[in-house]
Ligand binder design. Sequence first.
Ligand code: FAD
Length: 474
Amino acid sequence: TTHLVWFRNDLRITDNRALAAACADVDATVIAVFIATPGQWRRHDMAPRQAAFIYQHLLALQSSLAERGIPLYYQQCELFSDAVDWLKAFVAEHKVDALFYNNQYEINEVARDAALDKALSTELTLHRFDDSLLLPPGSVTTGEGGMYKVYTPFRRAFLQRLSESDTRSLAAPQARNNPYKGQSAPIKPFDYPQEEVGDDFPIGEEAARDRLRRFCRENVQDYLEQRDLPAIDGTSTLSPYLAIGVLSPRQCLNRLRAEHPHALEKTDGGAFGWLNELVWREFYRHLLVAWPHLCKHKPFIEWTDGVRWRDAPDDLKAWQAGKTGYPIVDAAMRQLNATGWMHNRLRMIVSSFLVKDLLIDWRSGERYFMSQLLDGDLAANNGGWQWGASTGTDAAPYFRIFNPTTQGERFDKQGRFIKAWVPELAEVPEKDIHHPHQWAEKQRRVLDYPHPIIDHARARKDTLAAFETAKSRA
Ligand code: FAD
């Protein structure tokens, strides 16, 4: 018998349910495949550096599978629909008896898999797994059986359910007794814009696991005090690995518990605080499955679609380039542009700035983030943007508007983060870093740094009015 594992968003051999199941029969011949779909990625605004991150991990995956006697085949198709056609021919050619894959939950991915299942269900056995989440979507429900719209009760139900579930991590498969004799061709670079990944995120499962181990051992206990301070490495920076499945959330949970056995009970501790973020990740994915229209650029709160956003391309460009004249916003955007990663507090600040100060449609920001992020993930990105824009479930109410200057003062008091990313402000003293032009005027100096492109107090009033008008019309 021949078992085929279709790798998608699960580029690892350890704790991979589909791979482990395919390898369970020691007599089966196991082969694997990955299909790149650059046309589809373009439609999803996937960042070139995320494609590069995937590519590097595919090379690593191919060699670790080869060591176990499993060839990884590679094919490039333009769209998901082409991938389905190609896979049909591939399973016939290789006389595949059973296909194994881990579920994806976004609307186009679900449609692709449904088409494939329909085409192949009579030809072979299909084995699908819920692998990228701690608990499958639809398994955490209210008393009435629906999905929660508010996070805190979701978390309560989630943790209860988690305590009753098997979340053990699975070992990587052993080398096969009957390794496949054929050769899989080297993986060619994708037909996608090329960009470097950068040194901040080393390639490979081991690198990801090392980072996880170090974080759980050395940083988790201080997570609550440090997680909001972008100048400190206080968070795990594991998101790029989780986003493409180089690491699983079960591995995160189990490592956390190994280092902090009481993580789940001690709810005011750093370990619980970190677990809480993993549960947010679950929440947004569960939401996407319960309300698939979230995949279609629709707000959760319908009336917010009536907000009259400003058409302000120059302001959007200034925000993208980190030239708004608000130091914390600019430093954050430059970090994103240079590295593909941004600290969570900063994601909240810059999304609020785009939507509530510039009154620009949150979907422009969501799209720009996707085009830059190494950890781009539809559910988390959409959830984060809709939260900040006050259009989502459990969102900040629309009248809660961050002041970008006081956010900077609170979370980067001495301007250490700002100075790391905005060299034009290098000479501004600590106490003036959040008001650089006021300082420059007093010093009779001219800074090579823009004046604020918008006045926060006025913008706040305009935004409140725009939301209130939309609400009153609904
Ligand atoms: P840690 O603090 O160490 O958290 C551990 C893990 O939990 C993260 O790696 C991530 O997988 C998950 N996580 C943490 N916070 C959140 C959250 N608020 N929502 C969902 N999952 C979370 N995260 C992405 O992975 N991809 C995105 O595209 C993305 N876009 C965002 C857009 C906006 C506007 C906002 C406000 C947040 C977004 N986030 C996104 C969530 C969060 O900012 C990042 O997951 C986090 O900053 C990653 O850093 P870390 O790995 O050090 O996180």
